[in-house]
Design a protein around this ligand. Sequence first.
Ligand SMILES: Nc1ncnc2c1ncn2[C@@H]1O[C@H](COP(=O)(O)OP(=O)(O)O)[C@@H](O)[C@H]1O
Ligand SMILES: [Mg+2]
Length: 447
Amino acid sequence: MTTALDQDAIVRYEPRGAARDLFKTRDAEVFMAGPAGTGKSLACLFRMHLTALHNPDARFLIFRKTAVSLGSTTLVTWEKKVAADAIARGIVKWFGGSAREAPGYRYTNGAKIDVAGMDKPEKIMSAEYDLVFGDEATELTLTDWESVGTRLRNGKLSWQQQIAACNPAHPTHWIKQRCDQGVARMLISRHVDNPAYVRVDGSLTDVGSAYFAKLDALTGVRKLRLRDGIWAAAEGLIYDGFDEAVHLVDPFKIPASWTRWITVDFGFTNPMVMQWWAEDGDGRLFLYRELYHTRRLVEDTAKQARELMVWPSGQWREPTPRGVICDHDAEDRATLEKHLQLRTTAANKAVSPGLQAVQSRLKSAGDGRPRLFIVRGALVERDSDLDAAKKPACTEEEITGYVWAVKPGNKAGLKEEPVKENDHGMDGMRYMVAERDLGGRPRVRWL
Ligand SMILES: Nc1ncnc2c1ncn2[C@@H]1O[C@H](COP(=O)(O)OP(=O)(O)O)[C@@H](O)[C@H]1O
Ligand SMILES: [Mg+2]
């Protein structure tokens, strides 16, 4: 569709399939669901941009689970593919936010688009909107979704709508259930809907071929969901006791009295992962910060880690970790110690006992709470290369694809060892739990 407005904004976009349906629907809640790269985000963003251009003073919201993930993905598509022309012509301007208002985009006609992460929802919860768009919606909780829904009462549009884009998750995800129950409408987006990848005759463009090569290289449940678009359950999950509703917690102020730990899994082509854990007085562990990045030198990650913990004056911002528990590579450990200016200890890497110890921490203890948690938004920055490769980009994203390998010839399907991929945060988590729960290992101090 090409729209020419008074202000000369020209928008070129050809929606196909589910994207075309999105422009016609008036349902109060609509989820664009489908495999990766079908044009879901683009369709939702165009829907919003065109509505903003045509409706003076209307208010909009683009949101995602965390502010950092929004900036590195959705808003890049927005600025490059959707609003580029309008931004270049001065019809849309970035507004950095104020004490009361969320940051976002301001249109010359008075329309406004706020942007926010649900990790910092205060400003949007006091605002009112006409149309809101949640990207990567499977990351959201039902509570997030419902609370944003209560803000749809600006009344500048004759219809109010809550739209979202998502890849399929597990079959019992609240989004799937909500759509199955008829509370929300699901539009099924397909690769043939994306003219950047698939031509009208069904053949692939060059960009499309390169993109499908990435999807074909995926394995297991990620392949079923991201390539084939199926709401599939992972088979043979190792941490099947992990429940987002229980083990993921919102950020909170961690008391200074809690013990801090760091775990490290080295990597370069694979991500290097550094996890920060806080341990409360009852021995519960909370993963509260994480670096997870490919193609970065140990030295650079160590420097970044130090800046996160220590002010330039040399004063600590937070309690000094009691231990830095490391994967065993001697050279990497030496580099890490030098730039982190902390001693490290070698992790207890015994796989089977470590896995069992983590599994047992995920179960709820006598007081009804488990003994291991991940704080939402712990990831400091997303690695865009991992996003582009559709690989997990943090520990939390590894858990739901971490599965048992079944060896050929093992007819009983006996659980032996984990599939060794996308397991970098899984290793760090296991080292942490082994340190606290297994003990008894030779305490080799590395100098
Ligand atoms: N209708 C379209 N016309 C042109 N390019 C498109 C169209 N739909 C999708 N694309 C391009 O395909 C790529 C993937 O689209 P995106 O919306 O990010 O997919 P998804 O959100 O489904 O993973 C982006 O580069 C996007 O600009
Ligand atoms: Mg998307």
